[in-house]
Design a protein around this ligand. Structure first.
Ligand SMILES: [Zn+2]
Length: 422
């Protein structure tokens, strides 16, 4: 879309319609009230104007940031005095270098420092995962920056609360950990406006609203459900009339905000408490992944966050990896004996046949596991690769979660590549 618009702009300029194109672009700016402007992008960029200068809230992903900046700068020529970062995810901090100038204060919650260090520390680990998850070429990773090698742009860090006034407008920043530990909410009492970052996550994808990713499978530290719940309560206690999200449209009206955020909070609480009760009654993580379902009364989809992944994220966040089975204490995984199982079965054929029977019986995950067994014995076995492709396609056709669909497509591509290289 961005590329199409850029091309359109160049064509218009060539035939002398530059001003018209600029007007068209300005239509992309959403005016929330006389002082708040929003550029809907990934993630949304906001500008709050005051008589003494402007405040920017979030800066978008690096490849989208320049357009957002141009659009907002055309709305107001006053200088930017503050940049507020709702959290340290790349799609919110990518535009910092474009805005950054001496004299501009950049504010983040103190956990931002460790969060961006953690992302930088594991850059080599995250690069291929992010590339697969977001279907893009892997980011080039330089030499290891060390444990504390991240560039910290924030000039003001706070723990629980930070308040400042600019041009007579008060900004209250509150620590509201949720999707990340450094999440903050920017609250402007005069406008009853709360900028909550991605703590109402999954907005911007088709309704109904999705349950969040309490664990993101591309890889993340635990996202503490109870923190998230408390943070939503903190936002609700402000009694906002508009909630401005990191993605998707704003929510207007306190009644609607309360309805939506309460439902969301209660769903997180339901899943969290179900996991805790299951853990206390001695249930293992896979049993709980199968058992815990969101009651339909919540009317939340799983198009973004999957409840089963969150169940495992909460369980592992609390307990780590050991499952009380002495076999799993050691460095050899179950797959270390897969080749022996194939030999014991008399070769790959009967195992591949079993995989296809499982698929036929509507058990694609079991079919996938069986292809893992054969491919551990012979990674080029074309019958196993074929069966794997069928199982992945079966799951892809039925997936209603776009993150899951993305990983299935990644698996399909990789399997096709292996088949093609035979
Ligand atoms: Zn985001």
């Amino acid at each position: 879309m961005h590329r199409i618009l850029s091309v359109a702009f160049l064509l218009c300029a060539a035939i002398g319609l530059r001003a018209y194109a600029a007007d068209q672009d300005q239509a992309k700016v959403v005016k929330i009230n006389d002082s708040i402007y929003m550029v809907p992008t990934t993630g949304n960029v906001y500008m709050v104007t005051t008589p003494e200068g402007n405040v920017i809230i979030d800066t978008a992903a690096s490849d989208l940031a320049a357009e957002a900046k141009t659009l907002l700068a055309a709305q107001s020529h006053e200088p930017v005095k503050y940049i507020i970062l709702t959290h340290g995810h790349a799609d919110h901090i990518g535009g910092i270098p474009l805005w950054k100038q001496s004299g501009i204060q950049i504010i983040a919650q103190r956990n931002y420092v460790e969060f961006v260090n953690y992302v930088t520390r594991l850059e080599g680990f995250f690069a291929p995962r992010n590339a697969a998850a977001f279907n893009r070429p892997p980011k080039e990773v330089g030499p290891w920056a060390g444990n504390y090698g991240a560039k910290i742009d924030a000039t003001i860090l706070f723990d629980k609360e930070y308040t400042f006034t600019l041009g007579g407008v008060e900004f209250q920043l509150l620590s509201t950990p949720g999707e990340t530990p450094d999440h903050l909410t920017a609250w402007i009492p005069a406008y009853k406006a709360a900028f909550i970052g991605d703590n109402y996550a999954g907005i911007g994808i088709p309704e109904p609203m999705s349950f969040p990713n309490i664990y993101a499978i591309r890889g993340t530290k635990p996202r503490w459900a109870l923190d998230w719940i408390n943070s939503i309560d903190k936002v609700l206690a402000l009694k906002p009339e508009v909630v401005l999200n990191g993605h998707g449209e704003p929510i207007f009206g306190n009644q609607e905000i309360t309805r939506r955020l309460t439902r969301y909070r209660d769903a997180i609480q339901y899943v969290h408490d179900s996991v805790v009760k299951g853990m206390n009654s001695g249930k293992d993580v896979f049993t709980l992944m199968q058992e815990i379902r969101l009651p339909p009364s919540f009317n939340l989809s799983e198009s973004f966050g999957k409840v089963s992944w969150s169940v495992r994220g909460i369980y592992d966040g609390y307990a780590g990896w050991f499952d009380m089975n002495p076999s799993t204490m050691y460095e050899l995984p179950p797959s270390s004996v897969y080749p022996d199982l194939v030999k014991a079965a008399g070769g790959p054929e009967p195992v591949v046949r079993l995989a296809l029977e499982k698929l036929e019986a509507g058990k694609p995950v079991e079919a996938l596991h069986l292809t893992d067994v054969v491919l551990a014995y012979d990674q080029k076995n074309s019958a196993a690769l074929d069966a794997r492709l069928k199982a992945l396609n079966y799951l892809r056709e039925r997936s209603e979660n776009y993150v899951e669909a993305g990983w299935l497509e990644y698996g399909i591509t990789k399997t096709k590549e292996k088949l093609a290289s035979q």
